[in-house]
Design a protein around this ligand. Sequence first.
Ligand SMILES: Cc1ncc(C[n+]2csc(CCOP(=O)(O)OP(=O)(O)O)c2C)c(N)n1
Ligand SMILES: [Mg+2]
Length: 785
Amino acid sequence: MTQHDLDVLDEIQRRVLWLATRIVDAANHDRATGDGVKVGGHQASSASLVTAMTALWFAHLDAEDRVAVKPHASPVFHAIQYLLGNLDRSYLPRLRARGGLQSYPSRTKDPDEVDFSTGSVGLGAAAPLFAAATRRYVDAHFGARPHSRFVALIGDAELDEGNIWEAVADPATTGLGNVMWLVDFNRQSLDRVVPGIRINQWRGQFEAAGWHVVEVKYGRRLAEAYARPGGEALRDWIDAMPNEQYQSLFGLTGPALRKQFLDGAPAGIADLIESVSDEDLGPLVTDLGGHDLQAMLDAYAQCDAVTDRPSVVFAYTVKGWGLPIAGNPRNHSALLSTEQVDALRAAQGLTSETEWDRLDPASPAGIRAGARREALSRAPRERALGVTVPESTGVRATKPISTQEVFGRVLVDLARDREVGRYLVTTAPDVATSTNLAGFINKTGVFAPTEQRSWTEDRMLRWTESPAGQHIELGISEMNLFLLLGQLGLSWDLSGQPLLPVGTVYDPFVLRGLDAFLYGTYSGSRFVVAGTPSGITLAPEGGAHQSTITASVGLELPGVTFVEPAYAATLDWLLCDALGQIAGGSAPAATAAPAEDGAYYFRLSTRPLDQAPFEAARARLGDAVLRRQVVAGAYRLVDAHQAYPHLVDAPVVQLAASGAVLPEVLAAAAELADEGIAAHVVDVTSLDRLYRAWQRTLRQGVRTATVPSVPGALRSAFADRVPVVTVHDAASHAMAWLGSAVGAPAVPLGVDEFGQSGSVADLYELHDLLPGSIVNAALAAIALR
Ligand SMILES: Cc1ncc(C[n+]2csc(CCOP(=O)(O)OP(=O)(O)O)c2C)c(N)n1
Ligand SMILES: [Mg+2]
């Protein structure tokens, strides 16, 4: 770069710093929220990345590159988008306001184009790595896309998050030469100056994982001082200085700064800086590479040159760079005073009339911005896959079968489908075989970037690894599972190829990856995940492997549709429907519900269930009606009045249940019939869809001050105002609301304590899930009426 170009970039970065600072300032000082809650924002964390980000957007990135921006630098991102002409000026004073700029970059909520959402530190950092792994998969299966670089801008304290190291260590992310992480190495976290000197540890960890490491430590001024006679000693002293001492220099000037700098220094250092004036000493000793545009551009070029492994750049920066709060250990959430903002505005040559202006389009800076806008503009991407997923694979089971087994079979069947098969991609954190993906893997193989020789022959499981494989195996990291699923589900956008991603995980360990699950769905990703096996029905495995709260989690997660089928055909219909929706098909006509725009969570079991009761319901209702009800969330598995016509005038109760416990519920209904009570049995296939349907009508009533109706999905399966017993191999709370929904007392049965090892019958007995308890619960529900 010529000096002229660097001067232009410098002018741009000064404007970026101003806008980012003022965006936060305006949020806090120009708007009255009237609620007494501090608005907040991060001027210091933003300033820290101004140089690196200016260099990226105004001199390095291409249109196809994708960047994750650390959460607290969102004002810098928006300032840059504004200067590029991609964001309307009206948004600038609206950081953290409803409908305005989000506090942290959001794919789904920000007005400008955000590649990766960030916020929960660590996740946004790892996301581009999994996006790059997804691109490698897409290129191998569908032909090479235009080259992209996947960049993450991350805070140095983010490296404390374990998920970072899980991502770096996983074999699925090795060798990704188009990845660059840029660590904003300001040596400060939220609370404190990060103790000691950690760079050597970080470097060692990255290098051990096969990464290329670049350090951008010093700026030009210090580099020149080091080049002078004796300069090496100066460098050694600064290198050896603990973070705490180095950071303390930022608050000092004059003789006090000199004294602090020399505290503990070996003999001779004082002489080396004797000729540096008090005025120049501060700028010299705090001259770090992360604020040197040329040094940053050189570092990016070094990363581009290494194409066989990911790169990480440690850019030494100053938190609060260019602001009066620079380097202050307490600056994380500090806001400049109005006077300080006024001074900064004046120093920019701006006034309150011109403060939000874009760069003058006729100036060299404005011309560069215009050219960069052109260079970075992207073609629109298509989200829909444009294939038709069948409504059913026609899976049939004559013998008792578990939902986990049916899940595996349906996937194998879909893999054979000419249209759909090639878009399926599965992934699991070392539980592919124990969650019944073996059939799919036998059929499609395991993905590896290059052909791998197989050393063993196993007729039951052909673990053939090649670029054609459609299963991506991960190490045991549920974080990585959900991060990868999240990126596979955004492949249409980030890699120009929609996919049908399916992941499996032991249900209790969904919680282990929960924040990454949320991250994916908050980012608008669409995928299927099966939590299997689940509940205390996984009886012998004991309390550490039995999930109880996951049904509630699935029900409550926004952007996720939770389903828990019990019978083969119901799983088949629900899974085909879910994949159909992800492929961009229409919403289930039956429910007249709005199209679901999110992921699907299937909670499954290894308990084989007799399919005969379902076949009886099928004979009674017919496939078309039954399928519609199953997809909408519930159907009447046993209609007591049809099954026991003599009970037509008997007291009525309804037993609602999901999943593995249905045999006990059916047995209870039979016992109740013997006692002269008519018990309908409702198989709740999607608690989530039922709840949403109910909520929709309630909210409609609330918003229009009218009496809510009973939604169709509930009406077709449940009897109005008839007492309910809910039975679930999950926390009893998840289904307890059904009583309210049907307008009758409810007795919720479920698992509200940790489980233990035993047989299914042992544990069902312990948790009141055996038919006898269900019968008693039914009598109680009737009595409560
Ligand atoms: C998972 C998570 N935990 C905690 C926080 C709160 N938090 C936000 S920023 C931050 C410190 C970040 O320090 P660093 O990564 O060094 O960023 P910078 O110094 O650039 O602000 C913390 C603890 C968060 N956003 N996410
Ligand atoms: Mg930091």
